[in-house]
Design a binder for this molecule. Structure first.
Ligand SMILES: [Zn+2]
Ligand SMILES: [Zn+2]
Length: 334
């Protein structure tokens, strides 16, 4: 099968992903094989390719927002059938036995494995996955619409929940990429007033079209204090900026896996029981809950399409904030 494989980390401008031919994987016990139709691109892919995250091994095929059809079943698979359309997110496998798994916090599992980091991911024609970590895609969504739901959506939804925002409250969103453009639709569904802080004029226009009441820069005065905010951009300098316009008792959730250092700041910005809450990965229940609510609204995804061999270009555009909505690779089978 064709795959875009990473053998050595490098700045994305150096095009570190190579188009390679690999053996088509065979599903092991309890696994299904998917013929991949689409795979979303994510900031985490960029952090993997550029070496910001410590990598368990190389080479690796990145990509963790996979939509495909089951085309082979491993021994003992009962949950899915050949022909089912499934999605595979970042959470690839958990152990089920560590103290976090037993406490219902499998997103913190000591033996957690991630798609496109520990296991080969979706920048390829096929992948194999444990049957318990793949989810039916609601019919409402096409293959391209569904891909960004699987990380931008699921992790964004967990960020929204951990921001503790309540229906009707004011929510600030910092950075308006793939996650924020999905999450704003849930927040609007809950009648929240959404304020969007981003430098990009295109992103501000998209935010207004999706119901933001205000758009501007992180240093601008939104004219109101937020009850909750979420930072999706991997920029630590936004933390004091966001606290400056967060109301007493409010929560600031940090939605990324990686962030530049947070600058020193006066305690007064945090005092009055403001909370800074990081967000790590997601659980299987997050995926199930989010796909349900996404289909119910239904969420509209704005996508920019690339072919498999354009994965480097797609990630470069993502780095430059030039993708409006979410970037998706469409896989054409030879
Ligand atoms: Zn565990
Ligand atoms: Zn991701």
């Amino acid at each position: 099968m064709k795959a875009m494989q990473l053998s050595k980390t490098a700045p994305i401008a150096d095009a570190p992903l190579d188009l390679t031919t690999l053996p088509t994987p065979e599903p092991g016990p309890g696994q299904v094989r998917l013929k991949i139709h689409t795979c979303g691109i994510c900031h985490t892919d960029l952090h993997i390719v550029e070496g910001d995250l410590s990598l368990p091994h190389l080479p690796i095929v990145p990509g963790h927002q996979i939509v495909g059809t089951v085309d082979a079943l491993g021994e003992g698979v009962t949950r899915h059938q050949v022909g089912d359309r499934l999605g595979v997110p970042w959470l690839n496998e958990t152990c089920g036995t560590c103290r976090y798994c037993r406490a219902g916090k499998e997103n913190l599992c000591e033996n957690i494995r991630f798609t496109g980091l520990h296991a080969n991911g979706g920048f390829a024609e096929y992948t194999v996955v444990n049957q318990d970590f793949a989810y039916p895609i609601p019919d409402t969504f096409s293959d391209t619409e569904a891909a960004p739901l699987l990380c931008a959506g699921i992790v964004g939804y967990r960020s929204l929940r951990l921001s503790a925002v309540q229906p009707g409250e004011r929510l600030g969103l910092y950075g308006f990429g793939a996650s924020a453009h999905l999450i704003i639709q849930i927040a609007r569904h809950w009648n929240c007033e959404v304020f969007v802080f981003t430098r990009s004029e295109d992103h501000r226009a998209l935010a207004r079209s999706l119901g933001a009441v205000w758009t501007g820069g992180a240093q601008d005065d939104p004219g109101a204090l937020m009850d909750s905010s979420i930072i999706f951009a991997p920029a630590g300098h936004l933390v004091p900026e966001a606290l400056r316009v967060l109301d007493r008792g409010g929560t600031l959730a940090l939605g990324g896996i990686h962030m530049s250092p947070i600058p020193e700041m006066p305690y007064n910005l945090l005092w009055h029981e403001r909370t800074i809450q990081s967000v790590a990965n997601s659980t299987r229940q997050d995926a199930i809950d989010f796909l349900d609510v996404a289909a119910e609204i239904p969420i509209k995804t704005e996508v920019e399409l690339f072919s498999l061999d354009q994965a480097n270009e797609a990630l470069l555009k993502l780095k430059r904030s030039e993708v409006n909505g979410a970037g998706v690779l469409t896989i054409h089978h030879s």
